[in-house]
Design a protein around this ligand. Structure first.
Ligand code: SF4
Ligand code: SF4
Length: 365
């Protein structure tokens, strides 16, 4: 992989070059309070782009798998129907994508593109995307209380999945690494300096230091995966998790690796409709409700455990070659009931191990 050095002004020139070439450029910006959001960069907000900020509150996945999208439009005229698919995607450069969100995108790639069925809508957006990863190196500004990518092996520095990777070496020096031929081509431009052995050593030191600065850590994933996969989690543990859930769906909507969606038709005029795809969430009562009203998973805990089964069971990990949790910690930040991934892993591990595994409740004397 090619690597170069630049300064913060050089990063700005890189971003501006995409805009000048007509790309839509998206980057993290400060929102209200401590929340950060991915925003389209315009003349008006160009000065608000920041390289060190808390991870955006909603993940980058919305740029390949939007919360709601039109699939095709239907219109009736002179007694016959015309159906027009909604296709195409504009070139988009996504700056400031953290390593956890990149891992989320790779998971979505395997789900939407890697199986027997290839999703054309997703593929069009994905092919038009240029990804610029920023490595989290700042203890105060980059790493949130709930981040735990060090436990899911997805960060703080991504090893793949980016076109370019930016890493702050301190002293207004950034290392820029290319991950694809498209990224390499960008390094040919003026303004980049040759990388040095000293900079490579500095990169290693910065990464080593930042790995020890995470406040949330859980080394219990492997045991929890084993318990979930073997069906050894106690029913009382699932019930406890379900009791804490208020069924808001927030954890799913902020998750970079969740893939569930539903479809519906909506009227757009007297004789026209469109079919839309929108995110769905396993926490919501309608998720498993069937035509006729029967719901095989009516109990909250029975639906809630689907999320953790989907993310932690060996079957899914083998099928998709990765766990559907990338350690971003957003579900922990958003949940009213403390049912985020780190605390659920801990609850399952503690309760199941205390009971000796095996899925049977301990007999009370
Ligand atoms: S965010 Fe928490 S309360 Fe809301 S659906 Fe998810 S687990 Fe339940
Ligand atoms: S399950 Fe939670 S921590 Fe894991 S990727 Fe999804 S939102 Fe992030």
């Amino acid at each position: 992989m090619k690597a170069r050095l630049t300064d913060t002004a050089g990063l700005g020139r890189l971003l501006d070059a995409f805009r000048e070439e007509g790309w839509e450029v998206v980057a993290p910006m400060e929102g209200r309070g401590r929340d950060t959001f991915f925003e389209r960069v315009t003349e008006a907000n160009r000065g608000a782009v920041r390289w060190h900020l808390p991870n955006p509150a909603t993940p980058a996945k919305r740029y390949v798998f939007p919360p709601i999208e039109s699939l095709f439009r239907m219109a009736r005229a002179d007694g016959s129907w015309e159906i027009r698919p909604v296709t195409g995607a504009r070139r988009r450069a996504l700056f400031g994508v953290r390593s956890c969100d990149l891992a989320g995108l790779r998971h979505l790639d395997r789900f939407f593109l890697g199986g027997a069925y290839r999703d054309g809508y997703y593929a069009a957006r994905r092919e038009a995307l240029f990804l610029v990863n920023v490595v989290c190196t700042d203890r105060e500004r980059d790493i949130g209380d709930d981040c735990f990518c060090v436990c899911t092996d997805t960060g703080p520095a991504a090893r793949e999945g980016f076109d370019l990777q930016l890493m702050d070496l301190g002293g207004d020096r950034w290392m820029v690494v290319a991950g694809t031929p498209a990224g390499e081509a960008r390094l040919e431009g003026a303004g980049f300096e040759a990388c040095t052995a000293e900079a490579v050593a500095r990169r290693r030191d910065v990464l080593e230091a930042v790995r020890g600065q995470f406040r949330t850590t859980t080394s219990w994933f492997p045991a929890t995966v084993r318990y979930v996969s073997r069906g050894e989690v106690l029913e009382s543990t699932w019930e406890e998790i379900g009791r804490r859930c208020v069924e808001c769906g927030g954890c799913t909507y902020v998750c970079p690796a969740c893939t569930c969606f539903t479809m519906t038709d909506r009227r757009t005029g007297p004789e026209s409709w469109e079919r839309v795809r929108l995110w769905d969430a396993c926490a919501l009562g309608g998720f498993t409700r069937m035509a006729g009203g029967h719901n095989p998973r009516r109990a909250v805990h029975d639906r809630r455990n689907r999320r953790f089964f989907r993310k932690l069971a060996q079957y899914f990990i083998e099928r998709e070659l990765s766990m559907a949790c990338v350690g971003c910690g957003r579900c922990a930040s958003v949940c009213h009931g403390d049912v985020g991934m780190p605390s659920v892993v801990e609850m399952i591990r503690r309760a199941t191990a205390r009971n000796g595994g095996g899925g049977k409740e301990a007999e009370t004397p």
